[in-house]
Design a protein around this ligand. Sequence first.
Ligand code: GDP
Ligand code: IMO
Ligand code: MG
Length: 437
Amino acid sequence: MSAVVIVGAQWGDEGNGKIVDIYTEFADVVVRYAGGPNAGHTLVVGDEKIVVRLLPSGILRRGTRCVLGQGMVVDPGVLIDEIDGLVKRGHTDVEQRLVLSDRAHLILPYHIQVDTLREASADTRAIGTTKKGIGPAYEDKARRTGVRTGELRDLARLKTRIEAALDAWAPTIRALGGEMPSLSEILDSLAQSATRLVPLLGDTSSLVDGAIRRRQKVMLEGAQGTLLDLDHGTYPFVTSSSAVAGGAAIGSGIGPNRIDTVLGITKAYTTRVGAGPFPTELDDADGQHLRKVGVEFGSVTGRPRRTGWLDLPALRYAARVNGLDALALTKLDVLTGMSRIKVCVAYDTPRGRVTDLPIDELDNLEHPPVPVYEELGGWTERIEGARVLDDLPRAARAYVRFIEEQSQVPLYLVSVGPRRGETIVLHNPFVGRAAAP
Ligand code: GDP
Ligand code: IMO
Ligand code: MG
């Protein structure tokens, strides 16, 4: 087994950072394949807590090659700050281990400007974006006015590309009441970034494919989550990239047949940041418990995350659209102290009861699908010290097994705290596949 995709099965923030960091102990190469600095992946190692935005979560594992794939949108300033921040903390070899696809797209100041103006405008539907310029950067890519990282190699050509992009954005910026950004300021700043980023550029498709051919172990790291995927998420309340496992092939430049295993991550409950449907959302003491104990505040924007019960139809949907072979369950410890735990197992809809996620009906305000819950027993013991399933209280074990059975995806890992060690590892996706429950 040499290429493994790790993908969020919910609306992001499932604990991607921690799980990728754990399994990268076994990986030679880690590739981020989608999204940009809208991601915030938290790594807790010893007393150190690091949130990576663009860098792959394998960055703390010495000896691991880290790749920013061509499916990404990259803000040059954020990337340079992130590298410098890690070097300051003593991770001095970051640049030597990093390769940036020369086909990734640049996030430029006008993307952030448009994203921010749109979110504030009364005329557009606010998505609750991270205002990092993600949507407009992918819009530029799709309308073929985007600027790619490889263009930093030729500043004269870069100038004509940015001039064309500014022309294309001018009507939008003006309609939103914004001022046109200065071309010369953008170019000066990019000239500085180029001195740092050009040495990192490379053909990452060849690199990743070559690593797989040499039987090295490659981890393909997702960002955001299945329900934020542009095609498969709760459209239009989604991000603008292919977050699902299929995006890993496109975003890293390898064939889908090179991927051996797809591992999905789900929290033991659900969270969402930003606008859009969230049927199992809680607005009560249970919801506050999840936010407080789970420290559910956005790692990029600091916004309080919306919290709710686990949604099994949504998890089964994620299992389908990603082809999940394996499941990692995170933040089980956050449920400690809840007297009973509810799980959505089906939906009541005008068509009757369904066990699939009625994703396109979720924002039907007249007849919203109503979650059908099953109630499971809670536990009071702290579980951060559990290292095997038998260390868990009986009710916690029953909860974990219930999720595995209902999702029909074999459980590979249970996370019982933010630290590396606070983990029950059942299987290693680089070693082979476990049987379905
Ligand atoms: P990501 O975007 O999926 O990497 O997730 P974030 O980093 O945005 O948010 C996950 C948060 O949960 C981080 O603060 C992690 O340190 C933390 N975390 C991860 N796994 C666990 C766990 O099992 N228990 C607890 N209590 N916290 C966890
Ligand atoms: P990680 O990788 C959670 C959400 C935003 C908003 C929507 C669109 O840490 O899991 P965008 O800025 O992408 O145009 O915003 O997507 N969003 C995330 N929510 N975790 C993330 O990343 C997210 N990245 C984007 O809140 O609702
Ligand atoms: Mg996050």
